[in-house]
Design a protein around this ligand. Structure first.
Ligand SMILES: Nc1ncnc2c1ncn2[C@@H]1O[C@H](COP(=O)(O)OP(=O)(O)OP(=O)(O)O)[C@@H](O)[C@H]1O
Length: 231
């Protein structure tokens, strides 16, 4: 279980998060949705420890990880697939995956074979440079790199952005596997509501740095969407 309690964060005078409290269950995909600029990316960066929240706490299981920097949160089992993927263009696919190994707490130095089973294209392309891959392949690489660190909690910031439909479906099935077979806690920032409804179990809607609605995705009705998400 990952829980965040009363998290606030400001960029100077811009208050991006205002007392956000959320719970993320293992074995479930929890979706964080909201219009542009409501604080979703800031929230993911805060959970990862890339941005240090001004107040509140981040609890991973029994452990309060609020004071840990990002690299130690990664070792504790949190991984982020960032918005825009941020793969290393000049490194090969294999080298990108090796970067992910550094987050492991068991010191393992080889890329786990199951990453190639989840994303066979990464095996076929293993010697190619990251920058030569298509957008969809880069997204798979970014997820594979996060999984190389053997996380318990996987954060994904808009993984379907700019990706062709067949790869979106493949990514959805991988997330389904990670939660059902490994009991992983998956947290998904997503604008694509069909994906949320198909693969998500629970949702939080944010507006102006706050939670304004939450529930199981079966309760993500047209009325809720109309009230909180339409511009
Ligand atoms: N580096 C920054 N410096 C100053 N303000 C920022 C910075 N990054 C984000 N903000 C502001 O913080 C608020 C929240 O931004 P954030 O990117 O977290 O929202 P978001 O919901 O992820 O949006 P999007 O869907 O467009 O990515 C916005 O008002 C944004 O303009």
């Amino acid at each position: 279980m990952l829980a965040i309690n009363n998290i606030s964060f400001a960029y100077g005078m811009v208050q991006a998060l205002r007392g956000v409290t959320m719970k993320f269950a293992p074995g479930k995909v929890t979706c964080v949705i909201g219009r542009n600029g409501v604080g979703k990316t800031t929230l993911m960066q805060t959970i990862m420890g890339i941005r240090r929240h001004n107040s509140g706490s981040v609890q991973l299981g029994e452990r309060d990880v609020s004071s840990l920097p990002a690299n130690r949160r990664a070792k504790a089992g949190i991984a982020l697939v960032p918005q825009g993927r941020q793969i290393f263009a000049k490194l090969s696919v294999e080298e990108n995956l090796r970067v992910g190994l550094q987050a492991r707490s068991d010191g393992k130095k080889t890329i786990p074979e199951d990453i190639f089973e989840l994303f066979p294209v990464l095996k076929q392309m293993s010697k190619r440079n990251g920058g030569d891959l298509s957008g969809g392949q880069q997204q798979q690489l970014a997820i594979g790199r996060a999984l190389a660190g053997d996380p318990k909690v996987l954060l994904l910031d808009e993984p379907t952005e700019g990706i062709q439909p067949n790869v979106i479906t493949q990514i959805g099935h991988v997330l389904q596997k990670l939660v059902t077979e490994r009991g992983m806690t998956v947290i998904l920032v997503e604008q694509y509501l069909d994906f949320v409804k198909e693969f998500g179990h629970a949702f939080y809607i944010m507006n102006r740095g706050k939670v304004v609605s939450e529930g199981p995705t079966t309760e993500l009705t047209e009325e809720v969407i109309e009230r909180h998400l339409h511009v």
